[in-house]
Design a protein around this ligand. Structure first.
Ligand code: GLC
Length: 749
């Protein structure tokens, strides 16, 4: 009896091994139990050689809006992706963009990534990826479609709020821990939008023309770091074209740079609707096709997915001998590897949704990312003990920001508004009054997720300003929450902004209030820089970002001084578009190519993006890259290098940082490298190291920053590789790109 029982236990395994031995000529009508004890690469080969052609084709294209097929016969489940970079998107219907109407898919809305970048704290990036990964696990999402790491090339870029700013080094350091934190849980990151997707309006038609130097020195480093250091398991191709090939199937960016030069072993996923050609999809590096509107099936139909390029068309082409299976097997290996790393990963934990830990993480990231831009007369922090009435003004004090903005829109379990945050924090001790101030976008719906807010207000701008000004008189403080709001043209996917100015008549409101009350504070809620013609009339200015579920709590804690702000700008804040290379050279959005539907966008400014342009042209921006104030003060001095000359670029620099104020605070020590003598033109300086350090009042500490040869290199278009030229270099150290008091020279031998 005993023997018989065990027989049944080993039989499937025996059959499997037998099948395996027979080279895959197994009965493909019977379920197969794959050996899960092998390592991933063995499991990939084992599964691959068992799969039929149809099964192989099925796993490389979508079967619904956000899922692709597994292989039931082999016990490989369907594969689920979901947006987005700062929270797990609510479920949509199988084949629709509309909500599925679930009641268990509300999430924590984490701060948008410009806020994460503004923390300059890679540890928070890891916490971010880990927390979002846990939410994804709980929702059984195998791959998160994020983070986005496209470079902030113009303040008009519609999706800059989703990205990590203008500097390739800062973006690189901040994306790696996010990917590692998430993938440690068995949830894939799908780093996007690879590459050169720096504006939205014509994102499906833009053909970017850019120098190899700018491509490698500015636009690729964050993706390169995500792949080489973060070991990202997914990369999303971008909609736009480069060298006339769509980036979802591009010989140059995918086959050559990503897969050959960088050794990427993961999966290239198309952006939704980014696949346009069968032959290119087969040969130019695309591995999973999602969201294609094949045959004009824009919103899907019962057999839409079978019409995809990498579906039956591809299978027919193979059966007709147009293609072998070499390209197919490479795609399928990558997809199987993704399966075994994620939903077939035996070590995956269960995850958690809306946990206290996630709210704590969201709040901490928000608090550390808020940037104190200006604080004349130390108006901030608000002195609660001496305040009786505070007037809060602005639509952004009450408007929910977690809904909208495009595919990163969320169904947040809660979102604390700035007004609510201040009311909760100030409680009965201080009266918190409110005035609308302006009416912006009263909508509140995205893909069927509604904010439930009725923001309608029929009053005229004049009436709204008059009410606010009247209430401002006699208030101890006026706190204005304005900015943008992720509605169309106001920091939103699919459109770029039309102007850098604040919308909805806010400038007039801000000027009127600053005149009515000397303690006026302006908090800008946006993912992009805006013009501030009134900057010198407003004593305190704060950049509040789009910071998600805990927004009001985080903002209130900084404004009243519970938290000492430590954020630094991840992008330059120009006075006007004319201070931005893309606009000064009339290189945005581009020139339509007659009769092709393609718009050629030449990045004429080359490597001179952000502060690199500001330095070259001495534009004296409103606020500089890396700028951010504190409620205490710091001194950075005594810079010394561990050597005068280096042969391989390895060199360390130590500075002393002292908190010279009367309260604890954090400072971000920034190190920029200047190549004093070089055969090619280079920026005045470039960020190559940074470290955030927390110091008690009066505390002093040495901070050491190390760099290597890559930090001294430029992309050499002759050798098509990185090159550091011997000669003199300078290290400039300080706490902002326009405040680098320490300098030391050294030589590269
Ligand atoms: C969108 C976005 C991309 C998103 C995808 C799925 O068009 O470009 O970021 O992940 O489609 O919603």
């Amino acid at each position: 009896m005993k023997v018989k029982k065990y027989l049944w236990a080993v039989l499937p395994l025996a059959l499997t091994l037998a099948g395996c031995k027979s080279g895959g000529a197994e009965d493909t009508t019977k379920p197969v139990y794959l050996d899960t004890t092998k390592d991933i690469e063995e499991r990939v080969e084992d599964a691959l050689q068992r799969m039929t052609l149809t099964e192989k084709i099925n796993v490389i294209h979508a079967q619904s809006k956000f899922s692709s097929a597994g292989v039931k016969r082999l016990g490989l489940p369907d594969f689920w992706t979901d947006d987005g970079p700062h929270g797990v998107r609510p479920d949509v219907l199988w084949d629709e963009w509309e909500q599925a109407g679930q009641t268990n898919d509300s999430c924590v809305a984490f701060p948008a990534l410009t806020c994460l970048a503004a923390t300059w704290n890679p540890d928070l990036s890891r916490l971010y990826g880990h927390s979002l990964g846990e939410e994804a696990l709980y929702r059984n999402k195998n791959m998160i479609l994020g983070p986005g790491v496209n470079i902030y090339r113009t303040p008009l870029g519609g999706r800059n709020f989703e990205y990590l700013g203008e500097d390739p080094y800062l973006s690189s350091r901040m994306v790696v821990p996010y990917v590692q934190g998430m993938q440690a849980l068995g949830v894939a990151s799908c780093v996007k939008h690879y590459c050169l997707n720096n504006d939205e309006e014509y994102r499906h038609q833009v053909n970017v023309i850019v120098s190899d130097r700018a491509l490698h020195e500015i636009y690729l480093p964050a993706f390169e770091a995500a792949v080489k250091e973060g070991h990202a398991w997914g990369i999303m191709g971008a909609y736009n074209l480069y060298k006339d090939q769509h980036n979802c199937h591009n010989q140059y960016t995918l086959n050559q740079i990503l897969k050959t030069d960088w050794g990427f072993d993961g999966v290239v996923v198309s952006d939704w609707g980014g696949t346009h050609d069968l032959d290119q999809a087969v040969k130019n590096g695309l591995d999973m096709e999602f969201g294609t509107w094949t045959d004009g099936l824009t919103m899907g139909a019962t057999n839409a997915y079978e019409n995809y390029y990498l579906s039956r068309q591809y299978e027919r082409a193979i059966n007709e001998g147009q293609y072998g299976t070499e390209e197919l097997d490479d795609k399928v290996r990558r997809v199987l590897r993704l399966f075994f790393r994620t939903n077939m990963n035996k070590e995956r934990p269960y995850g958690a949704l809306c946990s206290d830990a996630h709210y704590e993480a969201a709040q901490q990231i928000a608090q550390e990312g808020i940037v104190l831009l200006r604080n004349e007369g130390n108006v901030l922090p608000i002195d609660i003990s001496n305040a009786k009435r505070i007037l809060v003004v602005g639509e952004n004090a009450i408007k929910m920001m977690t809904v909208g903005g495009g595919s990163s829109s969320l169904k947040a379990q809660h979102e604390i508004s700035p007004l609510q945050g201040l009311q909760d924090r100030l409680g009965g001790s201080v009266e918190v009054d409110y005035a609308r101030g302006y009416v912006g976008d009263v909508g509140g719906n995205y893909n069927g997720v509604t904010t439930g807010q009725d923001l309608n207000d029929s009053r005229s701008p004049e009436e709204l300003i008059a009410e606010a000004v009247e209430k401002a008189a006699g208030a101890d403080y006026v706190v204005i929450f304005g900015g943008l709001n992720k509605s169309d043209y106001q920091d939103c996917e699919g459109h770029d902004r039309k102007t850098m100015d604040l919308p909805y008549n806010q400038d007039d409101l801000i000027v009127a209030l600053a005149q009515a009350n000397p303690k006026t504070i302006y908090v800008n809620i946006s993912g992009n820089a805006v013009t501030m013609p009134w900057k010198d009339q407003v004593p305190a200015i704060v950049q509040g970002w789009f910071i998600g579920s805990e927004a009001g709590r985080a903002l209130a804690s900084v404004l009243v001084g519970d938290v000492n702000p430590s954020g630094k700008l991840p992008f330059t804040w120009p006075k006007s578009l004319q201070e931005v290379g893309a606009h000064a050279l009339d290189a945005f959005p581009g020139v339509w190519r007659e009769g092709t539907g393609i718009i050629d966008e030449e990045y004429k400014e080359g490597i001179y993006v952000g502060y690199r342009w500001a330095d070259k042209n001495q534009t004296n921006p409103t606020f500089a890259f890396g700028h951010g104030l504190s409620y205490t003060t710091f001194e950075i001095n005594n810079l010394r290098a561990d050597k005068k000359a280096t042969t391989d670029g390895n060199i360390s620099f130590t500075v002393n940082v002292t908190n010279t104020g009367d309260r604890e605070g954090s400072e971000v020590v920034q190190l920029y490298i200047s190549d004093v003598e070089c055969s090619v033109e280079r920026p005045v300086k470039e960020l190559k190291a940074f470290q955030k350090v927390k110091l008690a009042a009066g505390e002093s500490r040495d901070v050491t920053l190390s760099i290597n040869g890559r930090a001294l290199s430029f992309w050499d278009e002759e050798s098509n590789d990185w090159k550091a030229e011997a000669g003199e270099f300078k290290a400039l150290v300080g706490n902002a790109s326009d405040n680098l008091p320490c300098e030391v020279s050294f030589t590269l031998k």
